[in-house]
Structures are given as structure tokens and as C-alpha cells.
Ligand binder design. Structure first.
Ligand code: SAH
Ligand code: SF4
Ligand code: F3S
Length: 434
């Protein structure tokens, strides 16, 4: 038998890409590839890319440039681009960077084995279709190897919301949900392999309709799986937070008290221009209902500053919305015009204004995040331990609230869930004692 070929995958962007990278590696596993952690010894390099902001997309080309010497030293090395840049730019990638052998979009990576063979035979291989068939029906079944205690599971893909700034509806296509029974069997399989926490993924995961009870119905069924201890989901749109899902937060013990619910802006004028289809007030009322169901829930959000037309008054509305809600975690970005989206046609806010607003917003969010963390001091949380920490004798895991918690201890293994008393709050993590 010939030695296995080595596959190096670099993943950018959201968690869905992390999941997709795993599945692509499994696909190529059938073609005799094993994963490697360094590009230098790879026979195939795959960049699983993100197109969400200009910087993310540009990274791909600078990364490809870095691989040039590798390709020169080893002409047999195949280089592929997958993910959302592949979908958005397709053949243009090969025109701009001729050493790329293979381009595959997020909806067609079940065809990777075919594409790989084509690339091996010296041809250029490109597939950015939105095929009729469901890729999940055609992916290799997942290998039975043991794995770590946490896993992502994609249940829904694509988006029909068309926020004016966003490329996702174009790169991931229309919203599609996987049938609940498929999700259940994949979840059972993960649990048999050692997984104790599953994060359900979707660009709009709470629009999931593969179960008659929606996402809440799926979560209730998953909660019945013995050995599965924790369920999370991301990312949600405020307009799809229905009563059943809010109730599940209060009633399903395995559903963790953490919710990522992006609002983007606190100004009704800007929300309208963004095509978000709700007001700031509606968002605040929604959060009140969620907190009534699960008072200790930790809220996380996404914000964009400097959307076209955003004035100082609009920005002030965003700051005051943040003050009203109180976030335990948040991601914030300067608006980045994306080709093909409606907002890209509009006049941009000056870069220095965007910079100043981002700084101010992040200072507030960091302060809130720190306050929420500090409030954990002295409290007991339950930690799902994932791996050794950087210091000897240290283990790291996550609390219910998704805070990273470090503990000095012997005799704790990855996969253990144990009560921990929080004794210190550091800049990005907590420290605790068993
Ligand atoms: N489906 C998710 C978001 C996916 S993109 C949702 O609807 O919430 C993740 C985040 O990137 C978005 O929430 C938004 O805050 C940010 N983002 C998306 N497009 C952007 C753009 N053109 N410029 C800046 N930030 C953007
Ligand atoms: Fe993008 Fe809006 Fe869809 Fe989220 S809901 S993926 S921000 S279009
Ligand atoms: Fe990026 Fe595509 Fe995810 S654009 S954020 S990798 S869906």
C-alpha cells in the first residue's frame, strides 16, 4: 500500500467552516488522505475561506502567496480554495492565482473526491454549483474514531434574510434545513464517540424547520439522548426567536444559558436601512421575554459600526441599546462594503469616524463583558473540561455560560463535568477550584 497523502486545511470564518473542514477531511480520507498540521509536509493544501468582510477575503490571496515556494519545491502539491470566497469568486481565483488547482463552494464539497482526482490528473477543477442533490446525502459516513468532548453539528444552512450588508445569502444560498432524523442520528453517533456537548449550527439556526416543532422541537429530542449533557445553538436572528424556543430556554435543563442574538445596531433608521425588519424596541422586549424564561442567561451579540448613513445620533442609539441590554460577550466590526450587496452602492462613512466609533463601542462592550465575568467570582459553575491548559497540572473547560475556566488539579480528564468555584476573573477567562 502506498503511504497516505497528507492534507493541510486552514479554516477561516465562522463555526460552520470548522464543521465543513472536518467533513471535507473525512471526504478526502476516502481518497487516502490523512490530516497534517503543517503546510510544509502536505500533498494537498485546502483553504476554507470566509468572504464576510474585505479583510477576510484578502487574507486568502496573501496566504496563497506564502504557499508559492512550497509549490515550486513540490510541483505535485495541490492547492485548493473552498468556502465562501470560492463561492463568491469562483474561476477568478484561478485567474488571479494560477497555482490554485481546485476551487469548491460550500454546497458542493461532497464532490471533492472527483475534483481531487481531476486536479491530480493535472486539470483545473472547479465546482461552485448549488446542486439539486443535498450534499449531506452524499457525504461519506462519519468515521467511528473517538473525539473530544465538544462538537459542532450543522443543522441548517443558507439565509433568506438578505440584510443589506451581508454576503451570506449569496455564498451559502437559500435557507435549507436538514431533516431531524438525520441530525438525531449524527448526534447519537457523536455521543458514542465521546462528545458531551453539541453546538447546533446554522447561519440562521433558529429558522430551522427540519422538525415539526422547529428548533425547539429538535432541542427537546436531542435532550433525550443519554450521554449528551449540553446543547447550544448559533447564530440566531431576533425575528426567528419564537415562543417555543424561548420556553425551551426555561425548561430544557441541557440547553445552556447562553444566547448569541445579534442586533447590529440600536438605531431604528439604520436597522431599517440594513433590512433587519425589527426595531430596537422590539429587540429589547424580546430580550426581556428571554430573561423572564431564563434569568441567568448570558447574552452575546454582533454589532456593525459605520453602516452607510450612520450619524452620531444613530451611533448613540447603539451605545444606549448596549447599556440597556448588558452583554456578557460581543463581536463588533467596522462596516465593510461587499460587492454585490445593496449597501455597497451607498455612500460610506469616513474611515476615521468608523475607527473612533468602533473604539468607543468596544470599550463599552469590554467593560460589560468584564462586569459579567467579575460577577461570577465566588459562584459555583459546572465546567465541561476540554483539554490541558498551558501551565503544568492545569485543565481548561467551559462553564454553562461559555466562560473559559482554568483549574489547577490532578485527576480531571477531558469530558468530565464538575462543579467549580470561581476564584479569579482574568481578562479573557476565569480561574476556579474544584
Ligand atoms: N447569520 C448571522 C451573521 C453571520 S455574519 C446573523 O444574522 O446574525 C457574522 C457577523 O458579521 C454579522 O452578525 C455582522 O455583525 C458581521 N458582518 C456581516 N457582514 C458584514 C459587513 N459587510 N461588514 C461588517 N460586518 C459584517
Ligand atoms: Fe447575513 Fe442577515 Fe442572513 Fe445573518 S440574517 S446571514 S447577517 S443576511
Ligand atoms: Fe464567512 Fe461564509 Fe461563515 S462568509 S462567516 S465563512 S458563512
Amino acid at each position: 500500500m502506498s503511504a497516505p497523502k497528507k492534507l493541510f486545511i486552514k479554516t477561516y470564518g465562522c463555526q460552520m467552516n470548522v464543521y465543513d473542514s472536518e467533513r471535507m477531511a473525512e471526504q478526502l480520507g476516502g481518497e487516502g488522505y490523512v490530516r497534517t498540521e503543517t503546510a510544509e509536509d502536505a500533498d494537498m493544501i485546502l483553504l476554507n475561506t470566509c468572504h464576510i468582510r474585505e479583510k477576510a477575503a484578502e487574507k486568502v490571496y496573501s496566504e496563497l502567496g506564502r504557499f508559492r515556494p512550497l509549490k515550486e519545491a513540490k510541483p505535485d502539491l495541490k492547492i485548493g480554495v473552498a468556502g465562501c470566497v470560492a463561492q463568491a469568486e469562483g474561476a477568478e481565483i484561478m485567474a488571479r492565482q494560477p497555482m490554485v488547482d481546485l476551487v469548491v463552494g460550500p454546497q458542493s464539497y461532497h464532490r471533492l473526491p472527483e475534483l481531487e482526482r481531476k486536479a491530480r490528473s493535472g486539470e483545473k477543477a472547479l465546482d461552485t454549483d448549488f446542486p439539486e442533490e443535498d450534499k449531506f446525502d452524499h457525504l461519506a459516513s462519519r468515521p467511528k474514531a473517538a473525539r473530544g468532548p465538544t462538537a459542532f453539528l450543522t443543522v441548517q444552512e443558507g439565509c433568506d434574510k438578505f440584510c443589506a450588508f451581508c454576503v451570506v445569502p449569496y455564498t451559502r444560498g437559500a435557507e435549507v434545513s436538514r431533516p431531524a432524523e438525520r441530525v438525531m442520528s449524527e448526534a447519537r453517533d457523536l455521543v458514542e464517540r465521546g462528545v458531551r456537548e453539541i453546538t447546533l449550527l446554522g447561519q440562521n439556526v433558529n429558522a430551522y424547520h427540519g422538525h415539526e416543532g422547529g428548533l425547539a422541537g429538535l432541542i427537546r429530542d436531542l435532550a433525550e439522548i443519554d450521554g449528551l449533557e449540553r446543547i447550544r445553538f448559533t447564530t440566531s436572528h431576533p425575528n426567528d426567536m419564537d415562543d417555543a424556543l424561548i420556553a425551551a430556554h426555561g425548561e430544557v435543563g441541557k440547553l445552556m444559558p447562553y444566547l448569541h442574538l445579534p442586533v447590529q445596531s440600536g438605531s431604528d433608521r439604520i436597522l431599517k436601512a440594513m433590512n433587519r425588519k425589527h426595531t430596537a424596541e422590539q429587540y429589547v422586549r424580546l430580550i426581556e421575554r428571554i430573561r423572564a424564561a431564563r434569568p441567568d442567561i448570558l447574552l452575546s451579540g454582533d454589532f456593525i459600526v459605520g453602516f452607510p448613513g450612520e450619524t452620531d445620533a444613530d451611533f448613540a442609539d447603539t451605545m444606549s441599546l448596549i447599556e440597556t441590554i448588558g452583554y456578557g460577550q460581543a463581536y463588533s466590526f467596522k462596516y465593510s462594503a461587499r460587492p454585490g450587496t445593496p449597501a455597497a452602492e451607498r455612500e460610506e462613512v469616513a474611515e476615521d469616524v468608523k475607527d473612533a466609533r468602533l473604539q468607543e463601542l468596544q470599550a463599552l462592550l469590554t467593560r460589560q463583558q468584564r462586569e459579567v465575568q467579575d460577577a461570577m467570582l465566588g459562584r459555583e459553575v459546572r465546567v465541561l473540561f476540554e483539554k490541558p491548559g498551558r501551565l503544568p497540572g492545569q485543565m481548561v473547560g467551559k462553564s454553562e455560560y461559555l466562560h473559559a475556566v482554568h483549574v489547577h488539579t490532578d485527576g480531571v480528564s477531558a469530558g468530565d463535568i464538575l462543579p467549580v468555584r470561581i476564584v479569579a476573573s482574568n481578562s479573557n477567562s476565569l480561574a476556579g477550584e474544584i
